[in-house]
Design a protein around this ligand. Structure first.
Ligand SMILES: [Zn+2]
Length: 276
């Protein structure tokens, strides 16, 4: 290829690039359903072209009708980028993530061994249980229950929210990632959407009676401090079905349900799923 040919080729590709760009502007490649993505959002969308979609180099699976889901954590800054790859082109799709303000939450009167566990046995137990929970959350089945309108899993007073900076017995700790719903021991806990149980444990060190439900495509929900558990691992459950009762087991200062939402290992805000 001589110099002239190369420059002609370059000019041609620039023009082609502009053409593609204007064609794109007229025809969106994806649609995002989540109204205003913010820190902690589960984000659902649909592909409008044939191809693959990537978030942070992870290829997102698609439902039969082209929907995908992913989540952005509490400390995500400003914007994230999706990449859409079709036969013809690769398109970068920036998505603005709204910043939030976090509350400061003080919890006092917890048993010191629950705040600062020191014994070898306890530390080994925490490690073992953490691995079990991590495994349960990494399950990404093909069901598409994450597309349902979620409902609150229990009635009660909201006593803690996602993202707050926690000060336990006066010591700053990791942020709180659940939505706390306080009510009497024995209050019914229901499934907020269809799913499959991937963890059902009576007594974990921090979280006491604990359930994890897989809603498909890496989206799962977690239920902590339960008093009784009505489901077992592998069980398919439907929205509104009773799964457990509220308790004060594990590291809890009083009876409440701590409800969590995860996209694989990313912790999301379950409250954002509930219609106002
Ligand atoms: Zn909590």
């Amino acid at each position: 290829m001589n110099f002239n040919k190369i420059s002609q080729y370059l000019i041609a590709s620039v023009v082609l690039g502009i053409c593609c760009f204007s064609a794109l502007a007229a025809q969106p490649v994806i649609q995002i359903f989540t109204k205003q993505p913010q820190q902690g959002s589960m984000i659902v969308g649909r592909m409008l072209v044939d191809g693959d979609i990537y978030f942070n180099d992870r290829k997102l699976p698609l439902t039969e009708t082209g929907e995908f889901v992913f989540g952005v954590g509490r400390d995500t800054q400003h914007q994230v980028q999706l990449m859409i790859r079709s036969k013809e082109q690769t398109i970068k799709y920036p998505l603005y993530i709204e910043k939030r303000q976090w509350k400061i939450e003080r919890v006092d009167g917890l048993a010191d061994e629950k705040v600062n566990p020191k014994s070898k046995e306890t530390l080994a137990r925490i490690k073992f249980e953490g691995e079990k929970v991590r495994q349960a959350r990494s399950s990404a089945s093909g069901q598409n229950a994450f597309l349902m309108q979620f409902v609150l899993p229990a009635k009660g007073r909201i006593s803690g929210v996602y993202g707050s900076q926690r000060i336990l017995n006066g010591e700053p700790k990791r942020p709180h990632f659940g939505l706390d719903i306080a009510n009497k021991i024995g209050t019914e806990v229901i499934a907020p959407a269809d799913g499959v149980v991937t963890l059902a444990e009576k007594d974990l060190f921090f979280s006491g009676g604990t359930i994890i439900i897989d809603h498909g495509f890496g989206i799962s929900t977690t239920y902590l401090h339960l008093n009784s558990i009505n489901v077992e691992v592998g069980q398919e459950i439907s929205q509104n079905e009773k799964i457990a009762t509220i308790g004060a087991t594990g590291r809890a200062s009083g009876p409440h349900l701590d409800w969590r939402l995860n996209w694989l290992s990313t912790r999301l805000d379950p409250q954002l799923l509930i219609a106002e």
